[in-house]
Design a binder for this molecule. Structure first.
Ligand SMILES: [Zn+2]
Length: 359
């Protein structure tokens, strides 16, 4: 919560054109998630895991030495920008290590059987970070680093990453683009951020051909389109790939209330997606699922979506109601539309061609 993104006009530096607001990627949404998990009583049913900072060697599995040194130096001074739209203040290097390490700790706890599954509520997010530069509020690629830890330190043969953040998981895609042992699936709003990234036709390269799936849903997609994507693309892909561990890049910015996207998801929608992933996980990997928090920019609504996800993962219903659900669920266009169905159909063809690679 102490990672400081400064001020901005939404995501841009405010300059002298408009009174600056707090940067849109702020602690508030995450703090309110934790708060809702506490006041709902859900925390009483959870095991709290202590995160540790990632080691520099663990970060260097993904990032270049030059980049890590640059962040470390800037962080010890006054901060700066990690690359593209990734402002940070003093001390964010250590916090970013803790975010990546938190995801690693969660993976370890699930592999060790300390817990059945885990939700790593970390900040800064990670899925846009490239090997040699930060992008889109992300300094280090938390979920990619956690997957590399599972593969290289814990002997996990195959890992699947399901990225339901509304933006394309470009950093995660690039980290494993030619690697057939890590299946990467990103469901995102077509051509939102990064621009010109996340096309259906980007399916991997070399030995990794076929092991990257992009589902670029049209803007305006609601619960119907998301549920269809998970039933017709994500679940069959996971069943075919048979991962020994499933990671979820859990951005909650596809919600109907998000200012950085144009989708219409609800807390009930996220509940269904979670249930779908958990059902496949029970079949293929003993239910081993780790969710790593990514984006989500409606501090008002994100907590209800997170509560739904974590309730499903814990198998506990607190009974605390989402006060906005009725309103959002009744909005026009929540059912899958023909132009959305067309994208899901194409992605389903790609998923149908998947086979599990030998680790
Ligand atoms: Zn996002």
């Amino acid at each position: 919560m102490w990672h400081d993104t400064g001020t901005g006009a939404l995501v841009m530096p405010a300059g002298l054109t408009v009174q600056p607001l707090g940067h849109i990627e702020s602690p508030e949404g995450k703090r309110r998630i934790r708060n809702l998990v506490e006041v709902s009583g859900l925390m009483d049913h959870l095991v709290q895991l202590k995160p540790r900072p990632a080691t520099e060697d663990e970060i260097l599995r993904l990032h270049t030495k030059e980049y890590v040194e640059r962040i470390k130096n800037m962080s010890s001074e006054m901060g700066g920008d990690a690359g593209e739209e990734t402002p940070f203040g003093r001390g964010s290097y250590e916090i970013a290590l803790l975010a990546a390490g938190g995801c690693i700790s969660a993976v370890d706890a699930v592999i060790d059987g300390t817990v059945d599954n885990a939700y790593a509520l970390v900040r800064p997010p990670g899925h846009h970070a490239e090997k040699d530069r930060g992008r889109g509020f992300c300094i280090f690629g938390n979920i990619a680093i956690a997957a590399m830890h599972a593969r290289q330190s814990r002997g996990v043969g195959r890992v699947a990453i399901v990225d339901w953040d509304v933006h394309h998981g470009n950093g995660t895609e690039h980290a494993f683009y030619s690697d057939p042992t890590v299946l990467t699936i990103s469901i995102h709003q077509d051509n939102n951020y990064p621009p010109s990234s996340g096309a259906l036709s980007d399916t991997g390269s070399g030995a990794g051909e076929g092991y990257n799936l992009n589902v670029p849903l049209p803007p305006g997609s609601g619960v119907g389109a998301y549920v269809a994507t998970f039933e017709q693309v994500v679940a069959p892909a996971l069943a075919a790939f048979r991962p020994q561990l499933i990671l979820i890049a859990s951005g909650l910015d596809a919600s109907a209330m998000d200012p950085l996207a144009s989708m219409m998801m609800t807390s009930a929608g996220y509940r269904t997606l979670t249930r779908t992933v958990l059902a496949v996980a029970r079949d293929v990997c003993g239910g081993r699922v780790v969710a790593c928090h990514e984006g989500g920019y409606s501090p008002a609504y994100v907590p209800y979506c997170a509560l739904a996800v974590i309730e499903e993962m814990a198998g506990v219903k607190t009974g605390l109601e989402d006060p906005l659900l009725e309103l959002l669920a009744a909005m026009g266009g929540q059912d899958i539309q023909p132009h959305q169905e067309a994208v899901v159909r194409e992605a389903a063809k790609l998923a149908a061609g998947l086979v599990a690679a030998a680790p």
